[in-house]
Write a protein that binds this ligand. Structure first.
Ligand code: SAM
Length: 122
């Protein structure tokens, strides 16, 4: 099974200049933990997770730029899901943006999506 065959929810994105509270609101409203940060062309610039928001609160950081992770581990549509599952385990993360050749964000794959997939196979 390839990444592109996974049923995934429409990806919610944010921009580098967005307010941290706005990012937190998007997480709560959409019941998600990972939000890719993109530029005006939709190109991946970073990722912010609920863990980063907790860190921001703990350290009194106010800006998304200060808490987002810029070196993002990604998945590609033409990769097998099990390869992505191993990447998730290797880097101790739980969500990877799916990007095309130009690093444009196409979706997101989470450990939860993979669990759901395995649940359906049995
Ligand atoms: N294990 C937890 C999890 O899976 O979310 C938390 C630990 S994880 C190391 C926390 C950090 O990883 C956060 O700073 C977050 O921005 C970063 N992170 C999450 N997904 C990422 C990804 N796909 N690529 C790079 N960093 C990522």
């Amino acid at each position: 099974i390839m990444v592109r065959e996974l049923e995934s929810k429409p990806v919610i994105i944010t921009h580098e200049d967005d307010d941290l509270r706005e990012v937190a609101r998007k997480m709560v409203d959409n019941n998600i933990n990972h939000i890719p940060v993109v530029d005006s062309q939709g190109i991946l610039r970073g990722i912010v997770t609920s863990w980063d928001i907790a860190d921001a609160v703990a350290r009194g950081k106010k800006s998304l730029k200060d808490v987002m992770t810029r070196r993002v581990i990604v998945a590609r549509e033409n990769e097998p899901v099990d390869v992505v599952a191993r990447r998730i385990d290797k880097y101790n993360i739980s969500g990877l943006p799916i990007v095309d050749e130009e690093n444009r964000v196409k979706g997101i794959i989470t450990a939860e999506d993979i669990s759901r997939l395995i649940g359906k196979l049995e």
